[in-house]
Design a binder for this molecule. Structure first.
Ligand SMILES: C[S@@+](CC[C@H](N)C(=O)[O-])C[C@H]1O[C@@H](n2cnc3c(N)ncnc32)[C@H](O)[C@@H]1O
Length: 203
């Protein structure tokens, strides 16, 4: 399919999408917020006074949701790209996989953190296998970071793509966390290989 046809299809799909319309009405920057909301409703993630890290945060809807459901807590959000300021969130522009940015995140908190969120995904290449491998690598990196930075009763929520890296990610999650579940929210498009892992309590 030609590139301008693909983007026309994408624009039409966005127009029809109820989550896109709802996010505009409710003041969220992306439909992605409804995936996190479903995860929160099912797994009871947020409450007030938590320290939270949001990896791959742009344009910012997960951070907006985390802020709304975590009054008086502390939130750091990082993305490769600049995104519009959200009051009361420390925003970093940088590549999370670089040590200097991991140190910057850790340095912001006095203690270990309660939640690490990762919705990080690489720019899609059209090759679903390759995309799932690269996004899997980001998830593994975020999981290893969580192992070092989470409190014992902390939670790690991450995007994954169902594919060749899935088994490896799940077996690593089981080694690190006492609980690890896979969940595909209704707001995650059916045709997408995207899903989420919800991990709780470090071993
Ligand atoms: C699906 S979007 C996140 C949407 C976001 N959760 C929201 O609700 O607005 C994925 C993001 O991951 C970011 N990303 C990918 N690799 C990254 C990396 N190594 N470090 C930081 N951000 C990264 C991309 O720039 C992109 O903005």
């Amino acid at each position: 399919m030609k590139k301008n046809k693909i983007s026309k299809n994408w624009i039409n799909k966005q127009r029809r999408d109820v989550y896109v319309r709802r996010s505009k009405l409710e003041g969220y920057r992306s439909r992605a917020v409804y995936k996190l909301q479903e995860i929160d409703k099912k797994f009871n993630i947020f409450k007030n006074g938590l320290s939270i890290v949001d990896l791959g945060a742009a344009p910012g809807s997960w951070s907006q949701y985390a802020l709304k459901n975590n009054k008086s807590g502390k939130i750091v959000s990082i993305d490769l790209i600049d995104f519009e300021k959200i009051e009361n969130i420390y925003q970093i522009k940088g590549d999370f996989t670089e040590d200097r940015y991991k140190e910057k995140i850790i340095g912001y908190f006095d203690t270990k953190v309660d939640i690490v969120l990762s919705d990080m995904a690489v720019n899609t290449t059209g090759n679903k296998n390759l995309d799932s491998i690269h996004t899997g690598e980001l998830c593994m990196e975020a999981m290893n970071f969580s192992k070092k930075t989470l409190k014992n009763d902390g939670k790690f929520i991450s995007k994954i793509f169902m594919g060749s890296t899935f088994n490896e990610i799940m077996s690593e999650a089981k080694k690190i966390f006492k609980e690890s579940k896979v969940f595909k929210p209704l707001a995650s498009r059916k045709e997408s290989k995207e899903s989420f892992i919800i991990c709780k309590y470090l071993r």
